[in-house]
Design a protein around this ligand. Structure first.
Ligand SMILES: NC(=O)c1ccc[n+]([C@@H]2O[C@H](COP(=O)([O-])OP(=O)(O)OC[C@H]3O[C@@H](n4cnc5c(N)ncnc54)[C@H](OP(=O)(O)O)[C@@H]3O)[C@@H](O)[C@H]2O)c1
Length: 254
């Protein structure tokens, strides 16, 4: 594609997989992490086609600096993937206001401000650009144990629809609504490999997503194949999660 990407949270998980696959395909990437030493191997492998930048996405000045790095190094910014995010488990009734605020800041406000910084460049360049938010099914169903996270991701998916409206026609804005993903952190959420397989068996496609299956959908939304897609929340969840009552119901479905 010969595009210039900015990918937040490239240190591990989905962001790392996407950065590697985009670089392997020949594109140029500004890869960001809070600790850029975690990106050293990308710089060693891909040389001039990658810039590694320290970015805490909750810092507006650093977000603008990361966007400027793309422009200074590569002359433009075609794609922003707002991937950095996540949340620890917490009890909605007792979690501190500070924790709630931090989670909403990381998963809703920070992607908004990085998108603002990217849009300011994309509006001024030929061909505009594309912004992809990495959202979650947690924003579309109850999210016990991660209430603020689910609410923030729901907000992110709504934000996409408004930004797509306000920033058209030059900039398309979409989200990938990811289901459960088999990242290197999956054991923290689900347990050992047997537990991960058991959790996967509850999904219609019978397993968790592999990171590249989410990354390919982000790449699709960023690509000319999706040239008329803007303001969309693309579910990538293997068919979704069964309503819990079905497991307890005693009525013969026939
Ligand atoms: N894994 C899943 O099952 C799943 C499902 C649905 C949606 N998602 C979403 O997919 C995205 C990536 O998740 P993942 O599973 O790959 O998570 P992960 O392995 O925990 O990685 C999270 C990434 O976000 C970065 N990050 C966290 N706080 C940051 C901050 N303040 N500033 C900059 N970077 C920060 C981390 O960087 P550090 O190295 O600096 O900590 C890391 O690179 C998230 O938005 C998550 O909500 C994941």
């Amino acid at each position: 594609m010969n595009k210039v990407w900015l990918i937040t949270g490239s240190s591990r998980g989905l962001g790392r997989q996407l950065a590697e696959s985009v670089l392997a395909a020949g594109d140029r990437v500004v890869a960001t992490a809070r600790r850029p030493e975690q990106l050293k191997d990308l710089a060693e492998t891909y040389g001039d086609r990658v810039r590694t930048v320290a970015l805490d996405v909750t810092d507006p000045a650093a977000a603008h600096a990361a966007v400027s790095t793309a422009v200074d190094a590569f002359g433009r910014l075609d794609v922003l993937v707002n991937n950095a995010g996540g949340a620890p488990r917490s009890d909605a009734a007792t979690a501190s206001p500070r924790l709630h605020a931090k989670i909403v800041e990381l998963n809703l406000l920070a992607p908004f401000l990085v998108a603002q910084a990217a849009n300011s460049v994309m509006q001024q360049q030929d061909g505009g650009g594309s912004i992809v938010m990495v959202s979650s099914v947690s924003g579309h169903r109850p999210s016990p144990g991660t209430a603020a996270y689910g609410a923030a991701k729901a907000g992110l998916d709504n934000l996409v629809t408004t930004l797509a409206f306000e920033w058209a026609p030059k900039v398309r804005v979409n989200s990938v609504v990811a289901g459960m993903v088999h990242t290197e952190q999956a054991h923290l959420h689900y347990g050992d490999e047997a537990a991960i397989a058991a959790v996967g068996a509850t999904v219609p496609l019978g397993r968790l997503a592999e990171p590249e299956e989410i990354g390919r959908c982000a790449a699709f939304l960023a690509s000319p194949l999706a040239s008329y897609v803007s303001g969309a929340n693309l579910d990538v969840h293997g068919g979704g999660e069964a309503p819990a009552f079905l497991a307890a119901a005693r009525v013969d479905p026939d």
